[in-house]
Design a protein around this ligand. Sequence first.
Ligand code: C5P
Ligand code: C5P
Length: 480
Amino acid sequence: MSREGDLEGFAKAVEEAFSKIFEHAKKGSYVRVTSHLDSDGLAAAGIVGCLLHSLDASFCIRIERQLDEEVLSSVSEEGADLYIFTDCGSGYLDLILEYLGGRDVVVLDHHQPVEASGEKLWHVNPHLFGFDGARDISASGVAYFVARSASPEEYVYLAPVAIVGAVGDMQDRNPERELRGLNKQIVEDGIRYGYVDVEKDLLLFGRETRPVHVALASTTSPFMPGLSGEEDSCYAFLRSIGIDAYSGDRPRTLSDLSWDEKQKLFTEVVKYLVSKGVSSDSILSLIGCAYTFLNEERGSPLRDAREFSALINSCGKMGKAGLGVAVCMGDRGSALKEAMETYSEYRRRIAKFLNWVVTDPGARVHMQSIDVVRGEGVIDDRMLSTVATIISTSGLMDEMRPLIALARDERGRIKVSARTSPKAVSKGLNLGEIMNKAASLVGGRGGGHDIAAGANIPEGGVEEFLKAIDSMVKSTLGSS
Ligand code: C5P
Ligand code: C5P
């Protein structure tokens, strides 16, 4: 589903966006950057922050849960000379133009765009050039290309940050767990300049940093029932297959295991997951491309792209987005330390929500064509996205029944995270479109990608919203 796009057109839009940013930086403008709170949003903001910093621009970065009227109204009151939106904006161009029309706006995004144009709008989005924003490039990649267009040599050090955003958005969701399309060019830049190494490996979380039983327990992509989140069970599992988690007193990491031990571990995990009914596609996603950042210290969670991404994602979702942006901009001191603490707390909270979904009979509702997680009042809306992604990639769900997860936000509105499988997308399902239509029926807003989308709706509209989604999914996929 990776597409051949119009590279020249994309490069031209990238250059024009850079020229606008450069022009403002050189005349001493004040630049306001707005980005999204997940790892791609934080990585994109970090890249734009590094670019603006090196251009000596005066700027301010704010991270938002979602772009809406309230956010845009407050942004518009700031009186900036240039407004940059990263990882948000393309689906909300009408609102942006309503609040910021007549002012200079740069949107660097990868969500399915709505149609809108303005004389003072510089919009860079892969979908406009025939690329796929869910698989070929993410917002941090778009931001990277903008920085790179100034000078490849000067900004290639940001390639790892762009990779962090792409894996955070699961753009590697293919059998090889590999970044493809325009993402691959970023990886190649990183390799060429000695920042990135790629190897095929077992993709346990914490390959270089965690004792192997802890790494196994920390792996949630795919979700492994009985092992994910269960360190003691993982320790017992390793013992039962004759792999030592310790060498003397020293814990062993995955990278300390011999090739034979890794093979054995994989074979036994596969047998175990097959016995638990996990699908073969999910099981195979345990092997794939590991992206290592050679400029990060050995033993640092920032050395592995997926760990880096999880770390900053947790900052965004725990209300400490500034830490995530600081780490992306190169802070390896106090921000990194606090980010690591935040990540531990985040993991505990996610495990609690997942446990609720799995054990509480009222948590999941089966409609004709969709499964709904009724997390209103239980799941923190900022963590809903991660919970939905983990459940939908667990391999335990019916691939042809999309997951719609709900939570209530602090303003009493309903936040929705919708996820489906590559198989359902190949049958024509487009959750971004469905969320957009169903949310507007009830006075909300929605959008996103075909495979993963979301919405924000008023609480009173929930039942009508769900029925509308159920019927739209049924008309594309039928009911099961
Ligand atoms: O706002 P944004 O695009 O960054 O959110 C993307 C969300 O969609 C992430 O939670 C990611 O896990 C999910 N996703 C997915 N499969 C894909 C692409 C994205 O589950 N192929
Ligand atoms: O928040 P979550 O990760 O579930 O969102 C999935 C995708 O849907 C993201 O790409 C997000 O930016 C998008 N989305 C949207 N409009 C909303 C909510 C989410 O475009 N109101």
